[in-house]
Design a protein around this ligand. Structure first.
Ligand code: FES
Length: 161
């Protein structure tokens, strides 16, 4: 069965709503929406993979976005991307670290081409990035998060005593 125009018009807003609420579209939601709209899960997967806005896996606590637009590309975005992937232990098939702390997104033009190459860490835009700068920023972020996690663990242990 293929998704009709009518099904699709109901399907996409539902998927968008789930994505907004959860940051991604989990398998359970796909099954539930499929049952309600009487659309097969494979058709829903087809829609989800067609539109780049949808994620099928949870997004990390921290998001690192690297612009892949033309201005950033010619200024070295691919090398920056490689450096960040290496620091986070990610590759083309894995955009989120196993611990769920960090997600790397490769994004089209941020509209800040005069700052190319551009990287955004959470809400903080950084321009004129080099692979070394990117590595330093990512290491700093990893260290800061590890410190927060350690403090949270210590607090939890203190509460349990
Ligand atoms: S191409 Fe990277 S900000 Fe425009």
């Amino acid at each position: 069965m293929t998704v009709s125009t009518q099904d699709r018009s109901a399907l996409i807003p539902l998927l968008q709503q789930v994505q907004v609420e959860m940051g991604y579209v989990p398998r359970e939601a796909i099954d539930e929406i499929g049952a309600v709209l009487r659309v097969s899960t494979s058709d829903i997967f087809g829609v989800l993979t067609f539109y780049a806005q949808f994620r099928l896996t949870p997004v990390g606590r921290h998001q690192v976005k690297i612009c892949q637009g033309t201005a950033c590309h010619v200024q070295g975005a691919p090398l920056i991307t490689d450096a960040v992937e290496e620091e986070l232990g990610l590759d083309d098939d894995h955009d989120t670290t196993e611990d769920g702390e960090f997600t790397l997104e490769k994004v089209a033009c941020f509209g800040a081409c005069s700052l190319a190459p551009v990287m955004i860490i959470d809400e903080d835009t950084k321009g004129n990035i080099t692979p070394d700068k990117a590595r330093r920023m990512v290491r700093k972020l990893i260290k800061a998060q590890a410190k927060k996690n350690a403090a949270a663990k210590t607090n939890a242990e203190a509460k349990n005593e």
